[in-house]
Design a binder for this molecule. Structure first.
Ligand code: HEM
Length: 461
């Protein structure tokens, strides 16, 4: 792509490009700093590779036009293909397995399927509350939200229990997954010292991929042996063909999809819940409002399926948390043909641009003069109607948008509702938000001390 008309930070160096001031472990936050003040489109360059970012609403609206652009499997996602091949998230849209798997798996996210998952989500939320009831001190929020979401996708998608709440340490699958994602992320970095460090980790990376595939193979094998009628993700993949052609997924692809769903199905939701709880503890008046809603809609009852969508304010809290810190922080789009973006940036077919979501979600022309302010009322229906349709995209866009969106939202509203229903939270007032980046974003080191609310304690006794 011809980038001569696109701004970049001053001080670009001949070989290193814009490397100075970049933290390779924090690519998103480095990009946010580098792009600040440069306007709706900017570039960053590292060792001759120039990357274009667009964060202004007008350009993103064009990029999200499916007739002109489609998903680009960018460098970071391409590296993951070493782990999950042509799984749904990493597949090129032109690969036959993308459409095949998408159409076979779509019924696993229908309204009817969501009803089936509700009781499993409740069961796992019960494991969280049992652990928090016993907790004597502060709990690490991101770690416990990860336990919750991993158990939920394991049980609802595969009928498998990782046993996260019974372990003090992470499940070996999660340890392997975190390392493999980090490896894939750093594998993009061309710096000699990073390459040297990675060379020593290649054997570990191979072992990590094996840990993940072995577990998934075991789960698949158990299901094959035991059979059963379950119409969960695994059941659909093992027994259903494409609704039109009857074509089935092959065993290697089923394995790729299984790892994809465990990874994509929990990291992001865990981060969203963690940020929501962080912002609520920072804003006691908003926490009180969310809690008042839970008390008036659910009272002390265990929520039924239909009760979850009634928590409108709790949902807005999550929406706003995902505005500021969309836990899948970007996506990449590529031109379907030679074209001109924004009337002045020529692109060749296949050229790509990244949309850094936290920057789109802070575009002051859309979100007003104080986009950093946490304000769930931005998601009041009337306010949403006034905004451009493409202003808020935490679940991506077009045909490659998140297939698990409804699953994630039901799970997150239910879990946050249950936490508010049962606990008061004491957070460390000195904690300053620190965000850790892997493929996703999470608050690091954020703890709360959950105390059973008096009402809940009286009821439980
Ligand atoms: C808050 C939670 C979640 C967020 C923020 C999120 C975000 C996203 C985004 C932005 C994409 C598009 C990426 C791209 O264009 O490159 C995506 C795709 C995907 N997500 Fe999610 N996701 C969440 C939860 C889930 C859950 C719970 C599941 C599964 C149960 C899931 C499975 C997937 C899959 C399989 C894809 C690839 C879809 C395709 O390309 O056909 N996600 N997600």
């Amino acid at each position: 792509m011809d980038t001569t008309a696109i701004p970049h930070r001053p001080g670009r160096l001949p070989v290193l490009g814009d490397l100075l001031g970049t933290n390779v472990r924090e690519p998103l936050q480095s990009t946010m700093r580098a792009g600040a003040g440069l306007g709706p489109i900017f570039t960053r360059k590292f060792f001759g590779l120039e990357i274009v970012f667009a964060s202004g609403i007008d350009l993103v609206t064009e990029l999200n036009d499916e007739s002109r652009f489609g998903k680009h499997v960018g460098l970071g996602v391409e590296r993951l293909r070493g782990v999950v091949g042509d799984g749904l998230f990493t597949a090129h849209t032109r690969e036959p397995n993308w459409r095949l798997a998408h159409d076979i798996l779509q019924p696993a996210f229908s309204a009817e399927a969501m009803r089936r998952y509700h009781s499993m989500m409740l069961e796992v939320a019960g494991e969280l509350t049992a652990a928090w009831d016993r907790a004597e001190g502060p709990v690490d929020v991101a770690a416990d939200m990860t336990r919750l979401t991993l158990e939920t996708i394991g049980l609802a998608g595969f009928g498998y229990r990782f046993g996260s709440f019974e372990r003090a340490e992470r499940h070996p699958f999660v340890t392997a997954m975190i390392r493999a994602l980090r490896f894939a992320q750093l594998d993009n970095v061309k710096l000699p010292f990073v390459r040297r460090a990675l060379a020593g980790s290649r054997a570990q990376n191979q072992a990590d991929i094996e840990t993940m595939t072995n577990l998934v193979d075991e789960v698949i094998e158990t299901r094959r042996r035991e059979g059963g009628e379950a119409r969960d993700l695994l059941g659909l993949m093992l027994t259903e063909g494409h609704p039109a052609t009857g074509e089935r997924l092959d065993p290697v692809n089923i394995r790729n999809q299984a790892i994809t769903f465990v990874v994509a199905g929990h990291e992001t939701t865990s981060g969203a819940l963690s940020f929501a709880l962080y912002y609520l503890t920072r804003h006691p008046e908003l926490l009180a409002k969310a809690r008042a809603e839970v008390d008036s809609v659910w009272g002390d009852r265990e929520p039924a399926f239909g009760d979850v969508a009634k928590l409108r304010y709790v949902r807005r809290v999550l929406d706003e948390a995902m505005r500021l810190w969309p836990t899948a922080p970007g996506y990449s789009r590529e031109a379907r043909e030679d074209l001109v973006l924004g009337g002045k940036y020529p692109m060749r077919k296949g050229d790509s641009i990244i949309v850094p979501l936290p920057m789109l979600h802070r575009d002051p022309t859309v979100w007003g003069p104080d986009p950093e302010k946490f304000d769930p009322d931005r998601f009041e229906p009337a306010a949403v109607r006034k905004r451009p349709a493409q202003a808020y995209k935490p679940f991506g866009t077009g045909e490659r948008a998140c297939i698990g969106r409804q699953f994630a939202l039901h799970e997150a509203v239910l879990a946050l509702g249950i936490m508010l229903q049962r606990y008061d939270f004491e957070a460390d007032p000195a904690y300053e938000l620190k965000i850790v980046e892997s493929l996703t974003l999470k608050p690091s080191g954020f703890t709360v001390r959950p105390r059973i609310r008096e009402r809940a304690a009286v009821l439980a006794s």
